[in-house]
Design a protein around this ligand. Structure first.
Ligand code: FMN
Length: 195
């Protein structure tokens, strides 16, 4: 049993992204994992101010939901980032949330080249939806995910589900007309199964 924390950053209530998350969570729960979904629409998390108070032993000075989420982040085995594709990348809510990892970094006396601090050891995964479905549609988002979360922070990638072709936001969500909900369910169910 793993503890899975899904951070949902944006998207309409009951929209494509919310439905993708719901299917993923259903699969993960059926596989016996403990899951919790945090919506960044309901829990505001602002971007880092760069004040560096956290580098002097203080909690983040910002009065928003992040400090309250820190224990959940630390307890989780897997962090799942869920976002609609907005202007070819992750939503600003997810980006702001990732910026705040700055305050959970710890001093590392011998960091590897290009990393300056130690981050908690976690698995992570990415769930995204978009209107378009070209081979380049998710390129920027995937590049950021891989660069910032996997290569820099050092999380272990458990995979991505890039759900293209879900229709634009000028109308009802159309993800139910694709295979992505089934794929998300299977992704959640299989994420820790041995291959
Ligand atoms: C501000 C905004 C920007 C968007 N940018 C893109 C984009 O760059 N590429 C794309 O394919 N779809 C784009 N879309 C469409 C959404 O990614 C797509 O409809 C998504 O599935 C909406 O998720 P939701 O139903 O959870 O709200 C954009 C939508 C909005 C509102």
């Amino acid at each position: 049993m793993k503890k899975i924390l899904v951070i949902q950053g944006g998207g309409r209530p009951k929209g494509n992204t919310a439905q993708l998350v719901e299917s993923f969570v259903k699969g993960a729960r059926e596989a016996g994992h403990q899951t919790e979904v945090i919506s960044l629409m309901k829990n505001e998390v602002k971007g880092c101010l760069g004040c560096n108070a956290c580098r002097y032993g203080k909690p983040c000075i910002q009065k928003d939901s992040f400090n309250g989420l820190v224990p959940k982040i630390k307890e989780a085995d897997l962090l799942v980032f869920a976002s609609p594709l907005y202007f070819w990348t992750i939503s600003s809510q997810i980006k702001a949330f990732i910026e705040r990892f700055y305050c959970i970094a710890q001093e590392d006396p011998a960091p590897p080249l290009g990393r300056y601090e130690k981050y908690p050891v976690k698995d992570c995964a990415l769930l995204m939806t978009s209107a378009d479905d070209f081979f380049w549609t998710f390129q920027q988002a995937v590049s950021y995910y891989q660069f910032a979360l996997i290569h820099y922070i050092g999380f272990c990638d458990k995979g991505m589900l890039l759900a293209g072709g879900c229709g634009d936001t000028n109308g009802r969500p159309q993800i139910d007309q694709t295979n992505h909900l089934r794929e998300a369910y299977e992704f959640g169910k299989q994420i820790y199964s041995q291959k």
